[in-house]
Write a protein that binds this ligand. Structure first.
Ligand SMILES: Cc1cc2nc3c(=O)[nH]c(=O)nc-3n(C[C@H](O)[C@H](O)[C@H](O)COP(=O)(O)O)c2cc1C
Length: 203
């Protein structure tokens, strides 16, 4: 069984989402025999933005620039890694009401027509069926149902939509929110998220 662990926070050792995603992986390793883990830190090694040249390369054009060749290979590597994983664990902090651009750049590389989705006469169809995705979300404010800022929540809702689009309809979310309200609130929210991670079923 293969697990892909992705972190995206720019806050290094102080990151809440990194702490929770690490706990998720620790838990799954403890309860799943023969789990092999691949780790990718998208803040330390970011993927570049998509460009027209990337799209041309996807259609078969061979770019001449060595840097671009390297970047296209990196995009292919993250796609292969994602497709090969049985379980994907993502640390996803909220920055400016949505995900870090590092995570968006990764999504731009895994939403590939013909690989993770396709268009049919009946509309788009997701091709990534049997994969478990667990997202550790961290947010400074509160965005739950009824919160005044709920309409600005474009992280969890976006990821749900994207994963459903490629065929993963039941992603699991562990949310630590209100982390910037104050130390007490942060401690409680982190404790709740760590407890949720510790109670996860085997991979
Ligand atoms: C650049 C930046 C933008 C942020 N934008 C938001 C935001 O829009 N809404 C929010 O609730 N918190 C926001 N925060 C707070 C983070 O969501 C919070 O600090 C969270 O713990 C970040 O997760 P991390 O510690 O894993 O990086 C922002 C933090 C940073 C650094």
């Amino acid at each position: 069984m293969k697990l892909l662990h992705i972190d995206t926070s720019i806050l290094g050792a102080n990151s809440a989402s990194r702490q929770v995603s690490a706990k998720v992986v620790e838990r799954l390793k403890a309860v799943t025999p023969d789990l092999s883990v691949t780790y990718r830190d998208l803040a330390a090694e970011p993927l570049s933005h998509l460009s027209g040249t990337h799209l041309a390369a996807a259609q078969g054009a061979v770019p001449e620039e060595p840097e671009l060749q390297k970047d296209i290979a990196a995009g292919q590597a993250v796609l292969d890694e994602f497709l090969a994983a049985d379980v994907v664990v993502i640390g996803a902090p909220m920055y400016n009401f949505t995900m870090p651009s590092q995570l968006k750049a990764w999504i731009d590389r895994i939403l590939v027509n013909g690989k993770t989705f396709r268009y049919t006469e009946n509309g788009p169809e997701g091709l990534v069926g049997d994969k478990r995705i667990i997202v550790a979300i961290s947010r400074g404010g509160m965005y739950g149902a009824g919160a005044p800022a709920a309409a600005l929540e474009h992280l969890e809702t976006y990821l749900k939509g994207v994963f459903a689009f490629i065929g993963v309809t039941n992603p699991e979310f562990i949310v630590a929110e209100g982390l910037n309200i104050g130390p007490e609130h942060r401690e409680k929210a982190m404790q709740g998220a760590i407890e949720a991670a510790t109670g996860l079923r085997a991979a």
